[in-house]
Design a protein around this ligand. Structure first.
Ligand code: WTA
Length: 634
């Protein structure tokens, strides 16, 4: 059976499938899952309990996700490109791996992992640039049943170290360095620093990307070139239970350190392929390009797993949208005749700033569906994208989802569903979103706003947070009993379409990257001269949101420039450059209630420039701090 049979072809069929998925969810998913290759079939499609967070899909079934990518597709797609890799620099040669070549490369890497002592259930931390070996490493882990934990290569040594320790990773896979635009970053140095205090790490596998002379530690480091290429190109796939862990991916929430979101083999496979085929209306032969980094969930699900399970050709781009110039994305679309393109609103907004010339220069007629993901898209960016990239013929699919949801939840489906700028649209079949009011009751009406929750399980949902199940329950399943709480607010229009407003918790979304305010505050507070700090997000024309930090410090007033520099350095060291506050305001005190709680509402208004509507400040311990904050705001 082909996964193409899962493709919905009309809006009426979508409505029919949606109703079926709500009325008979087990039958619905049973039929969909039957299109995949399982070693053993399930005894039960679904069992679930949101209170204890015990969700099992396809219990009793066994499979290996890479057999569904390779063994299943190879008979027809052996010589079809699986990955087209486009380098950062236009002077470097690109690379294509056919399904057969990728299969062999994955098997060699899988055998090397085994030779390094990695087995089923072991965690492997992958800290690599966007080179094809990143996808190969991910799939090699899946082949042998090791659990991959990819860490975005922009995170600092401290962040990397925290993630390695939390996952108790046995192996770290990295490279000497990475290229990003005109810059290079010495990745291996970051890893050397990170593994100083990580007792679980037995080996570091180092890929040569830059030909840099790196410091080599013979007791820990192994060169990729010295162990991977000589391995056999055959490797039997490990038989995995449907609910065995496939991967961990760390993400930020409103409290504490980032959490390791866990996804499992069977459900994740079914849902990423199903959502990919439908949202992008994938047709065999299509070239799919998602510009995300594999360090984030979008790259996991819609560069690697979704497209490759479906037999698509997936483009992997090492560079950035503006290097060597602002036409790079469109040059790549033209070069590979990309059919489906997926990017983030931040990228669209940053390219809009360069005008129409760079995009009008290229032939984009191959495009059929264009997508946006990661943050709310504003009206202007939506129209620019639809007009200049989609030429008013490609549907714009706005994909709302999260690291925790594993796959796209609410979105247009190719050109089947009605479009409304800035609205993600309708839920995909199998997804039952609800809006709750402040008392936690479901709002039934249309034309309302509320807290976005999901009331029924779906196959690729989060199963736990690694090493701390209770934290997962507390974070997602306790605010509103019986619901998965997304942390987002949303609006539903008269036709039942959803528009995502944004986070209603203390999470800031900067250029599509998630950070918890507490996470950034903790980093700032590490600076010895800082007494306390409060961080809020404020609207930014390109990044969507940016970070504003209010800081109480010991630094003398005339040394504030130095203090600012020191804070930026501290945040860079603890989290990474991606989390730097754009504005730092030194204040003599933070607005607090009498019980000592920081009134973020007020700080948010100040950061947004809405100083006329600060609301009631009389309950504050010391209302005069607000006057000072307003007076000196940046
Ligand atoms: C936001 C990225 C509006 C949202 C896939 C969510 C969006 C968070 C959209 C998850 C969208 C993601 N429209 N907002 N299409 N997609 N978001 O875990 O606030 O990196 O909760 O997953 O991004 O970010 P994450």
């Amino acid at each position: 059976m082909s996964l193409q049979d899962l493709k919905i072809k009309t809006f009426e069929e979508y409505q029919y499938q949606y109703q079926k998925s709500v009325n008979q969810p087990e039958l619905f998913w049973d039929e969909i899952a039957s299109h995949f290759t399982w070693k053993k079939k399930w005894n039960k499609v679904l069992s679930w309990d949101f209170e204890k967070l015990d969700v099992k899909w396809f219990e009793g079934a066994t499979l290996n996700i890479t057999e569904n990518i390779f063994e299943r597709n190879l008979p027809t797609l052996k010589d079809t490109p699986a990955i087209i890799w486009e380098p950062n620099s236009t002077d470097t040669e690109n690379k294509t791996l056919t399904y057969q070549e990728l299969y062999e490369a994955v098997n060699q890497c899988a055998n090397a992992l085994k030779a390094l002592g990695v087995g089923k259930g072991d965690r492997v931390c992958i800290y690599l640039p966007m080179v094809s070996e990143l996808a190969i490493s991910v799939l090699a882990c899946a082949r042998i049943g090791a659990v991959h934990s990819v860490v975005f290569a922009g995170f600092s040594a401290t962040s990397l170290s925290d993630r390695i320790i939390d996952a108790e990773a046995k192996l770290v896979i990295t490279a000497d360095g990475l290229r990003r635009g005109a810059k290079t970053v010495a990745l291996k140095e970051v890893v050397d620093e990170a593994v100083k205090n990580t007792p679980s790490v037995e080996k570091v596998l180092v890929l040569n990307v830059l030909n840099e002379n790196i410091q080599f530690n013979p007791s820990l480091d192994v060169k990729w070139e010295e162990i991977v290429p000589q391995q056999s190109t055959e490797c039997t796939a490990e038989e995995m239970s449907s609910e065995d862990y496939l991967f961990i991916l760390y993400t930020s929430g409103s409290t504490g350190k980032p959490k390791g979101v866990v996804h499992t083999c069977g459900g994740y496979m079914v849902y990423t392929a199903y959502s990919f085929t439908n949202v992008y209306q994938y047709t065999p032969g299509d070239i799919h390009w998602c510009t995300a980094d594999i360090g984030w969930i979008t790259g996991h699900s819609y560069i690697i797993y979704g497209p490759l399970l479906s037999g698509a050709t997936t483009v992997m781009f090492e560079g950035i949208p503006t290097y060597p110039d602002a036409g790079r994305f469109w040059e790549i679309v033209e070069k590979y005749k990309v059919n489906q393109f997926l990017t983030a609103p931040t990228a669209i907004r940053s390219l809009m700033a360069f005008g129409e010339e760079p995009v009008e220069k290229y032939n984009l007629s191959s495009l059929k569906v264009i997508g946006t993901v990661g943050e709310p898209i504003n009206e202007e960016a939506w129209h620019w994208y639809a007009k200049h990239v989609g030429k008013d013929v490609c549907p714009v699919v706005d994909n709302w989802w999260q690291t925790e949801t594993g796959g796209i939840m609410i979105s247009g489906i190719g050109n089947l569903s009605p479009q409304k700028p800035t609205f993600a649209g309708y839920p995909l079949p199998g997804i039952q979103p609800v809006l709750l009011n402040q008392s936690g009751e479901e709002i039934q009406e249309h034309e309302v706003e509320g807290y976005l929750c999901v009331k029924f399980p779906w196959p690729s949902m989060i199963r736990t947070t690694y090493g701390d199940h209770q934290r997962c329950i507390d974070t997602y399943f306790s605010n509103y009993k019986g619901y998965y709480f997304t942390g987002d607010g949303a609006k539903r229009d008269a036709d039942g379409m959803y528009r995502i407003i944004g986070r209603i918790d203390d999470v800031i979304n900067v250029s599509g990257h998630r950070f918890g305010t507490a996470e950034i505050e903790n980093a700032i507070n590490e600076d010895p001269q800082i007494i306390e700090s409060a961080v809020v997000g404020y609207p930014h024309p390109i990044k969507g949101q940016s970070i504003y930090a209010f800081v109480v410090s010991d630094h003398p007033i005339d040394k504030q420039d130095e203090a600012r520099k020191s804070i930026l350095e501290t945040v860079t060291n603890i989290i990474g450059k991606i989390a730097l506050p754009e504005k730092i305001q030194f204040v003599s005190g933070l607005p607090k209630t009498r019980s000592g709680k920081i009134m973020r509402r007020i700080l948010r208004k100040v950061a947004e420039g809405e100083i006329e509507s600060l609301g009631d400040t009389s309950t504050l311990l010391d209302p005069s701090v607000v006057e000072e904050i307003v007076k000196n705001r940046i």
